[in-house]
Design a binder for this molecule. Structure first.
Ligand code: ADP
Length: 319
């Protein structure tokens, strides 16, 4: 390949910029040209495509968000949309694409690969919900941001003998909640993978209270929902002053951590080495401390299980 494209798609994640930088500079090192496709598949359809050189990606390794912007594109799921995208690949001389995003973005990458534009996926999502990879870009930063925010809430919860019910990101996956919950010493952690029960949460709080604990943190993944309702129920049934906080999009932003920058750089680099060899329809992944790659179909079929034993660890250490 002489020219490749790079795009970010779906939800943004800190470290996507580091991946873009790695893609661009690796490609240039290998003698290829790089086009930046703005706003994901939407920009591919609309021809929002720019030339990128080594200097275009200077000073972004440290920045959250994505310099190429990101979007969700309904049009790309239609045959007209995908035809327009292919047309633009031909027009701009794009022979392959590094797609940084989640499962949905990989499905789009598969469509393009099947139509003669080899694509390689790079897992970018704060939720860590990509089965082929133990780790996704943005996950570590999001966890550290949530941790910092909850530490602050803890200061005030502790001062007032309160219970804080805190919602962290994770619509379908409890990875952030589980790890952050352990890291803040949460009295309980609720994740979407396990049906939750307010009475069980309340009995844990009362047990901890009987052990002398005076403030309580309950970490809830977004997918479980209704933190306001849970806070009210805890307050009504225990008499403990209880507040709900939804951390929200604060967890998406901020400077990426060391881990996110390093993994993003490694995965971006690996994706370009595949494209350089003309190999597409792959997803780069981090598995067992190694950077590997899988066929997109296989990657999308894989299942990943959350470490349920960590919940037990959390409960046994937060009395
Ligand atoms: P993520 O990549 O974070 O999972 P989405 O699921 O929103 O985010 O997917 C991002 C974009 O990928 C969608 O807006 C759409 O353009 C494209 N996409 C998702 N699923 C498909 C599909 N089955 N076929 C083609 N394109 C898809």
């Amino acid at each position: 390949m002489k020219t490749i494209g790079v795009l970010t798609s779906g939800g943004d994640a800190p470290g996507m910029n580091a991946a873009i930088r790695a893609v661009v500079r690796t490609a240039i090192s290998l003698g290829m040209n790089v086009k930046g496709i703005k706003r994901g598949y939407s920009g591919l359809i609309d021809g929002e495509i720019i030339d990128l050189d080594a200097r275009s990606v200077a000073d972004i390794i440290n920045r959250g968000g994505t310099m190429l912007y990101t979007a969700r594109s309904g049009r790309f799921k239609t045959s007209e949309g995908i035809a327009a995208a292919i047309e633009n690949c031909k027009k701009f001389g794009i022979e392959g694409i590094a797609v940084i995003g989640g499962d949905g973005s990989f499905r789009g990458a598969r469509e393009l690969s099947n139509r003669g534009i080899p694509c390689v996926g790079i897992p970018g999502t704060i939720d860590n919900d990509i089965s082929s990879s133990d780790y996704t870009i943005g996950y570590d930063t999001a966890m550290n941001t949530a941790l910092e925010m909850i530490d602050r809430i803890r200061d005030t919860a502790q001062s007032h003998d309160r219970c804080s019910v805190i919602e962290v990101m994770g619509r379908h996956a409890g990875y952030i909640a589980e790890n952050v919950g352990i890291a803040v010493g949460a009295t309980d952690i609720l994740i979407p993978e396990i049906e939750s029960n307010a009475d069980e949460v309340i009995s844990r709080i009362l047990e901890a209270k009987a052990n002398g604990k005076q403030h309580f943190i309950i970490v809830v993944a977004e997918g479980v929902g209704n933190v306001e309702g849970l806070a009210k129920e805890i307050m009504d049934k225990t008499g403990i002053d209880t507040r709900a906080t939804i951390l929200g999009h604060v967890q998406r932003g901020g400077n990426p951590t060391v881990l996110d920058r390093v993994r993003a750089t490694q995965m971006g680099n690996a994706a370009v080495h595949l494209l350089y060899k003309g190999i597409g329809n792959r997803v780069v992944s981090y598995k067992g401390s190694k950077i590997v790659d899988f066929d997109i179909n296989d990657a999308l079929e894989m299942k990943k299980e959350i470490a349920f034993d960590k919940l037990t660890v959390a409960r046994e250490t937060s009395m």
